[in-house]
Design a protein around this ligand. Structure first.
Ligand SMILES: N[C@@H](CCC[C@H](N)C(=O)O)C(=O)O
Length: 279
């Protein structure tokens, strides 16, 4: 089985094409392929399948085998893959995901390959039931919760997938492996949550470290960067145009005032191709 390995600022994926992959269960394959020592090693696998609703469809399966609705870094890589490989021959197109239709726009370099991708990620959903999170309806902004006897103020929203953030003075001092799983599985989130620790640098810059639902600590999270940009605006910490600093680089996020959509711009890279031999 041929595969391509790609990453978006270090959030890495194994890409597969499967014309018959619309309803297949890829969970065991994802677990095996994502294993760091016995597999390829990745945060998830992404399967390219045909769509009857959009130009093409993206399925993202996390390293633990769970299928996610959307993936921000993954869809930038996806856009580069389908354009560079001639599956799509236009610079703006529509991708079906479990979170709805997403709209990539690619910038092509002198070598004819995609060098930068902007995704219209759609609108964030801020009502508690939409996240989903248990409790009375309304937005979850700067709300106290208790974890292991310590109070954290959280902001939560749905940006294709559930995201929660808490603001800290220094993200580098946060022990992601210790705290991340406690937020991910916090009792009020019936579908779990991705967890972001956010440091505000200034009114247009934040620094984010993410613990991902189903994948653990990752080097970057695209939907998380979008969620944190929206959350920082809603908390009054930043404007609508935000640079999100991640371990390996920066994503630019625009929470557009006119149409209410979130636009994410950043890179995508191919690292290697291979042949998966295990059945
Ligand atoms: N890395 C992603 C998010 C992938 C899905 C996530 N693990 C989940 O289950 O919600 C991104 O870049 O957005």
């Amino acid at each position: 089985m041929k595969f391509v390995k790609m990453h978006g600022l270090g959030n890495d994926f194994v890409f597969l094409e499967d014309k018959n992959g619309a309803d297949k269960d890829f969970s065991q394959l994802a677990i095996k392929m994502c294993a760091p020592h016995t597999g390829i090693g990745a945060d998830g696998i992404i399967v390219i399948v045909p769509s009857d609703k959009a130009d093409v469809r993206m399925r993202i399966i996390n390293a633990d085998g769970s299928e996610a609705e959307m993936c921000g870094n993954g869809i930038r890589c996806f856009a580069k893959y389908v354009y560079d490989n001639g599956i799509i021959d236009k610079k703006e197109f529509a991708v079906e995901t479990l979170a709805g239709i997403m709209k990539p726009k690619v910038t092509v370099g002198d070598d004819g390959k995609v060098s930068l991708v902007t995704i219209n990620m759609g609108k964030p959903f801020t009502d508690r039931a939409q996240i989903p999170m248990e409790g009375p309806s309304g937005p979850v902004i700067d709300e106290p919760i208790d974890i292991d006897g310590k109070t954290y103020k959280i902001t939560s929203l749905l940006m294709g997938v559930p995201h929660t953030m808490t603001y800290v003075k220094d993200v580098d001092a946060v022990d992601l492996h210790e705290l991340g799983p406690k937020f991910e599985t916090y009792k009020a989130f019936p579908r779990k949550t991705n967890m972001n620790f956010v440091q505000v640098i200034d009114d247009h810059t934040i620094k984010v470290h993410t613990w991902e639902r189903g994948a653990g600590a990752t080097l970057a999270c695209g939907t998380g960067s979008c969620a944190c940009a929206v959350g920082s605006f809603l908390n009054g910490f930043t404007g609508r145009s935000v640079d999100v600093q991640l371990y390996l680089g920066t994503l630019h996020i625009e929470y557009n005032e006119q149409d209410g959509n979130v636009y994410m711009t950043g890179p995508a890279a191919v690292t290697f191709t291979g042949d998966w031999l295990e059945a």
